[in-house]
Every structure is written in structure tokens, then in C-alpha cells.
Design a protein around this ligand. Structure first.
Ligand code: B16
Ligand code: MG
Length: 223
């Protein structure tokens, strides 16, 4: 029986990837190189310091830890300024209705994000009250594909992984959900997220029933 849904933030609830891209690109440009939006795909779901390591590799740079921390902090200040202007209309299509559908079915809701800024993003888009539990990059010690972020969310809700569906847009996030014994719903392209139990392009016109039928091949009422 499914008791809860755990949502990734970036790429599932809202598109913060474009703001991460702007801020990281500004940093790369200051360091004397550039990268593309296509390159940025590799940074989705990846923690801040791991993202910096990948970007520095693209620029052919090896830097001491102290300098890396300073660069990550600089990027984060730019990122925080960008997300402070976010508005509720940036919530991805269908998300608000899907959350309301879950509420009407007494399915509990948590957030499981790698971002240390998850609380600030939820505040800007007006969704703080919609998540009973928020586990983010400040709570975790291990990054996806490690399942820790989702395990902490399930524990906080009091459910086992097999009672939860994880919604993720990143391949590493799907891998994390599967490694933890969760049901995994991919949000994006089946070519990238094919390991998930089901894949949707987004939440527009999607109900909990659709997800359930897609995963279990039967109606939720029959469980
Ligand atoms: P921060 P998610 C992830 O969020 C982003 O996809 C990833 O690009 C970012 O580097 C990471 O959060 C850390 O974010 O610098 O704000 O701590 O997809 O796990 O919700
Ligand atoms: Mg994501």
C-alpha cells in the first residue's frame, strides 16, 4: 500500500536548473572558460561541491580546497539572489493539482532534495506548507545515487521505502530510489529515466491514479 510520495525539487517541482546554470556559468566565465546548457545537464541532481569539481574539470583547472570553497560560496550567493525573485507561477505545470490530489487521498508528502537552498526555493514559490517533511542537502552526508536523502524522508514520515513513491528527474535520483527499495517515478524522458517503475513527461493532467496504475497495473482501491 502506498502511503507517501517523496519529491525531488529541481526538475520535478520547479526548474531551478536554469538558475544554477546562470550562476555556475558566470563563475566559469570569471575563471576564463565557458560551458553550454547541454553540459549543464550533467550537473542535475549533483551536489554543489561535486558540481564544482565537474566544472573545474571542463575548464582544465585544479585548485586547492580553500579556493574551491570560496568559489562555491561565490556561486551560491549569485544563485540565492536569483531564486529570491522566483514566483509561484514558476511551479511546474500540474504540480499544484497533483499535490491536492494526494492530499484528498491522505497520501503524505515529503521533499528529498540535494539542494541546501531547498527551503528558500519553497518559500519563494509559496509551497512550504505543502511538504510535511523536507530533507535537503543540509541533512545529508551522502549524495544521490546513495538513497540517504529518501531514506531520511521516509523515516521522518514513519513509512518503509516500499510504502513510498519517489519522483525524480535525474538518472542518479532514480538509481538512489531503487537502491533504497522505493518505487521510482521518473519525471522527464524515458530514454534517460528508463530504470524507473514508470516515467511521466511532467505532472500536467496526471493523477495519483495514473501513476499507481502505471506502476502496479491495477487500481489503488484494489490494494
Ligand atoms: P545547492 P535536486 C540539486 O537539486 C540540483 O539539481 C543540482 O543542480 C544542485 O547542484 C544541487 O541541488 C545542490 O544545490 O547548491 O542549492 O545546495 O534536483 O536534488 O532538488
Ligand atoms: Mg532534480
Amino acid at each position: 500500500m502506498i502511503k507517501a510520495c517523496i519529491f525531488d525539487l529541481d526538475g520535478v517541482i520547479v526548474d531551478t536548473a536554469k538558475y544554477h546554470f546562470q550562476a555556475w556559468r558566470r563563475l566559469a566565465n570569471e575563471l576564463g572558460f565557458d560551458f553550454t546548457e547541454a553540459d549543464n545537464e550533467q550537473l542535475k541532481g549533483v551536489s554543489r561541491m561535486e558540481s564544482l569539481d565537474i566544472i573545474l574539470q571542463w575548464g582544465g583547472l585544479t585548485l586547492p580546497e580553500t579556493e574551491k570553497t570560496e568559489l562555491a560560496d561565490r556561486k551560491n550567493e549569485w544563485y540565492k539572489a536569483l531564486i529570491s525573485h522566483m514566483q509561484p507561477d514558476e511551479i511546474l505545470p500540474g504540480v499544484t493539482a497533483f499535490l491536492a490530489d494526494l492530499r484528498s487521498r491522505d497520501i503524505r508528502v515529503a521533499l528529498g532534495s540535494a539542494s541546501k537552498n531547498a527551503g528558500a526555493v519553497l518559500g519563494s514559490i509559496g509551497l512550504v506548507d505543502q511538504f510535511e517533511v523536507v530533507i535537503d542537502g543540509r541533512d545529508t552526508t551522502r549524495s544521490k545515487p546513495d538513497p540517504q536523502v529518501f531514506q531520511l524522508a521516509a523515516q521522518a514520515l514513519g513509512f518503509s521505502p516500499s510504502e513510498c513513491i519517489v519522483f525524480e528527474d535525474a538518472e542518479s535520483g532514480i538509481a538512489a530510489a531503487l537502491a533504497g527499495g522505493f518505487y521510482a517515478a521518473g519525471v522527464g524522458q524515458p530514454e534517460v529515466l528508463g530504470a524507473a517503475h514508470c516515467v511521466i513527461p511532467g505532472f500536467a493532467n496526471i493523477t495519483f491514479n495514473d501513476i499507481f496504475v502505471s506502476i502496479f497495473n491495477r487500481q489503488p482501491e484494489q490494494v
